[in-house]
Write a protein that binds this ligand. Structure first.
Ligand SMILES: *[C@@H]1O[C@H](CO)[C@@H](O)[C@H](O)[C@H]1NC(C)=O
Ligand SMILES: *[C@@H]1O[C@H](CO)[C@@H](O)[C@H](O)[C@H]1NC(C)=O
Ligand SMILES: *[C@@H]1O[C@H](CO)[C@@H](O)[C@H](O)[C@H]1NC(C)=O
Length: 311
C-alpha cells in the first residue's frame, strides 16, 4: 500500500473512533455496542444490508426511525437492523465471535423512557436487600463496560453474576425521581408491575401503599405488611419487597408479592420450597394468593427489576 493511502486509512479509523466516543460520551449514549454477540430476531421486523462496517451499520440504524437494534457480522459485512429492542422477549442474543450487536439508547431512557436502576435474579444466592442497600455496589450509568450484557436483559440465558445496581440508588434523594416501577419477569415476559410515586422519597420509603400510582394487581394497598425492608422474623428468615398478609399462621397467609431473601423462611412449607434463593413469589392473578394453595396460582419470577423516571 502507498504510504499516503495507508495514512488516509489510519486517519479514517481515527475519525470513526472519535465519532463513536463522542456519540457515546457526550450525547448521553445514543447507542451501545457489544462485540461477540448476534441478535436472533423474529422475521418481519428486520431489514438487511450488505457491505457494511461497524460504523456504517450503526449510522444506518441511527438514520432509520424504525431501527431499535442491529447486528453486524464482521466476515460477511452483513448488517441486519431491527424494529425490536434487543431485550424484547421475542429476541434471542446469541454469543458469536464474528458479530457485533448494537442497541439504540435514546436520551429519555432505554426501556420505554424508564431507566433501569436495579436487576436481581432469582436463585443466584445473592441477597436482594443487601445489594439494594450496598452503596459500594455502583454500576455505571449509563451502562458502562462494567455491566455484562446479561444484566441488561430480562431473560436469564446470558450470565449476569452480580445484581445490577445503578449508582443512581446511592443518590436517590438528589435525583428528582418522579416514578418508580417494580416489574417481575418470567422467561423475559413481564408478569406484574407496580408503579409508585417517587417524589420526595428516599431509597426505601418509596415502596409504600400510599404511593401506588398504578399496578396490574387489585388492591395491594390492603396488605398488612407493605415495605421494602420487610420483616426479619428472626435471623435467617427474611422477607423483602413485601405486599403480604395478614399473617394468621402459614396455611392462611396470603399476599401479592414477596421476596424470600434467605435460604429458609418461617413458612418454609410454602415459601421456601425451591432449593435456591432468593425467591420472587407473587400472585399470578390480579387478587392476592394464599401461598399454601401453591400450584399455578403462585408465580416464581426469574427477574425483579426496578426502573425510575425523572421529573
Ligand atoms: C432537581 O431539581 C432541582 C429543582 O428543580 C434542581 O435544582 C436540580 O438541579 C435537579 N437535580 C438533578 C440531578 O437534576
Ligand atoms: C407524588 O408525591 C408528591 C410529594 O408527596 C405529591 O406532591 C404529588 O401530588 C404526588 N403525585 C401524585 C400523582 O400522586
Ligand atoms: C425513608 O422514608 C421513610 C418513609 O417516609 C421513613 O420512615 C424513613 O425513616 C426514611 N429513611 C431514611 C434513612 O431517611
Amino acid at each position: 500500500m502507498l504510504p499516503a493511502a495507508k495514512c488516509f486509512c489510519l486517519l479514517c479509523s481515527v475519525l470513526i473512533n472519535l465519532e463513536f466516543s463522542e456519540a457515546t460520551e457526550t450525547k448521553s449514549s445514543l447507542f451501545k455496542l457489544w462485540y461477540g454477540y448476534i441478535l436472533d430476531i423474529p422475521t418481519g421486523s428486520t431489514t438487511e444490508v450488505g457491505g457494511m462496517t461497524v460504523s456504517m451499520c450503526v449510522f444506518h440504524c441511527l438514520g432509520d426511525s424504525h431501527c431499535r437494534s442491529a447486528s453486524l457480522t464482521l466476515s460477511t459485512q452483513r448488517c441486519v437492523i431491527s424494529s425490536v429492542d434487543s431485550f424484547d422477549s421475542s429476541v434471542a442474543i446469541i454469543p458469536d465471535s464474528d458479530s457485533v450487536m448494537i442497541q439504540l439508547w435514546p436520551e429519555g431512557g432505554l426501556y420505554d423512557s424508564w431507566t433501569l436502576v436495579f436487576r436481581a435474579q432469582a436463585g443466584n444466592f445473592l441477597s436482594v436487600y443487601d445489594a439494594w442497600t450496598n452503596d459500594d455496589l455502583k454500576h455505571g450509568f449509563p451502562w458502562k463496560s462494567d455491566v455484562p450484557i446479561g444484566c441488561t436483559q430480562f431473560k436469564t440465558d446470558l450470565p449476569c453474576e452480580q445484581t445490577f445496581r445503578s449508582a443512581i440508588l446511592s443518590e436517590w434523594e438528589d435525583r428528582n425521581i418522579s416514578e418508580v416501577k417494580v416489574v417481575l419477569y418470567k422467561d423475559g415476559v413481564q408478569q406484574h408491575y407496580i408503579i409508585f410515586n417517587g417524589s420526595s422519597t428516599n431509597m426505601t420509603g418509596w415502596f409504600s401503599p400510599h404511593g401506588i400510582l398504578s399496578t396490574t394487581w387489585n388492591n395491594p394497598q390492603d396488605a398488612d405488611f407493605f415495605s421494602l425492608e420487610g420483616t426479619e422474623i428472626y435471623l435467617g428468615y427474611i422477607r423483602r419487597f413485601q405486599m403480604y398478609g395478614p399473617h394468621d399462621g402459614c396455611p392462611t397467609d396470603y399476599g401479592w408479592m414477596v421476596v424470600v431473601d434467605a435460604p429458609m423462611d418461617d413458612c418454609s412449607q410454602y415459601l421456601s420450597v425451591t432449593p435456591t434463593w432468593p425467591r420472587f413469589m407473587y400472585s399470578v392473578d390480579a387478587g392476592p394468593v394464599t401461598w399454601s394453595v401453591a400450584g399455578s396460582a403462585v408465580g416464581y419470577a426469574d427477574i425483579l427489576a426496578v426502573f425510575v423516571k425523572f421529573s
